[in-house]
Design a protein around this ligand. Sequence first.
Ligand SMILES: [Mg+2]
Length: 116
Amino acid sequence: MKVILHVDMDSFFSAIEVRENLELKGLPVIVGGRIQPEEEKLTKESDRKIRGVVSTCSYEAREYGIHSAMALSQAYNLCPDATLLPVNMPLYKKVSTELMSILRQYVDKLEQVSID
Ligand SMILES: [Mg+2]
């Protein structure tokens, strides 16, 4: 019997961020944007991360109407208390590699089409 698995991690980036910091569990978490070098000198946290778009967010953030590709400024307006985190691609790639390694234990052939 041939079995085909289609795997797509849910809310991948924000789930990893919550795994890295369990204090975020159950809270609205938004991953998106990137802190530009010129923004490093800004002291207000909200000023630093307000540009860019939402890459992904937790289910708790989605309850506020926040979704992928939304402008971060709009997401911030919908939920000012959300935790905004910059994209940490090296970490997500590391976790992705670990996950794909686990999946390879169960299949003869694996076609990876995205990070998750
Ligand atoms: Mg996914």
